[in-house]
Design a protein around this ligand. Structure first.
Ligand SMILES: [Zn+2]
Length: 163
């Protein structure tokens, strides 16, 4: 998937997740979308840094890298929601291309992909991106509702500012 597809996916995903975390359509929803949009877009852009550093689709397209981004909010209380962008980048590369990504790098350089990949040049690329995003929002909602609370409370952050 190209940068345009990754950014489109990240922007739509941030809006969708904003509605999941703050249902309704009021200032709280807009604030939530504002809170998560930049981290998710940054996360979605990060893996392709390996076009310049390391081996593309291997060095920064692996589960250990995703684990690092999952660990930051837990251990350091920062980089919240960046993992969402990294994860959606992997999903889009798995579905939105014929070539796979090396999920288990550096243990293995085997590249994994889904058999029904759609190339970025396909006229269906944007449609596929939107469908994948909708499925991701649904998956996020299911995990957030039934498995683990994924929200990061803003009142804790603003309390530090004395607001
Ligand atoms: Zn990529």
């Amino acid at each position: 998937m190209n940068k345009r597809g990754h950014v489109l996916n990240a922007l739509l995903l941030a809006v969708g997740i904003g509605f999941v975390l703050e249902p309704g359509a009021d200032l709280d929803t807009a604030t939530k979308i504002g809170q998560i949009t930049v981290p998710i877009v940054l996360g979605a852009l990060f893996p392709d840094v390996d076009t310049a550093f390391g081996k593309h689709r291997k060095t920064l397209h692996s589960l250990p890298v995703l684990a690092i981004f999952l660990a930051y909010p837990i251990f350091f209380d920062n980089l919240h929601f960046v993992w969402v962008g990294v994860l959606t980048h992997y999903i889009l590369d798995l579905v939105g291309s014929r070539r796979g990504i090396a999920l288990f790098h550096p243990l293995s350089d085997n590249e994994f992909s889904l058999p029904f990949g759609v190339t970025t040049s396909s006229k269906y690329a944007d449609l596929v991106t939107v469908i994948i995003t909708a499925l991701e929002v649904a998956a996020f909602w299911a995990v957030h509702t039934y498995v683990v609370e994924l929200d990061v409370d803003l009142t804790a952050a603003t309390a530090g500012l004395g607001i």
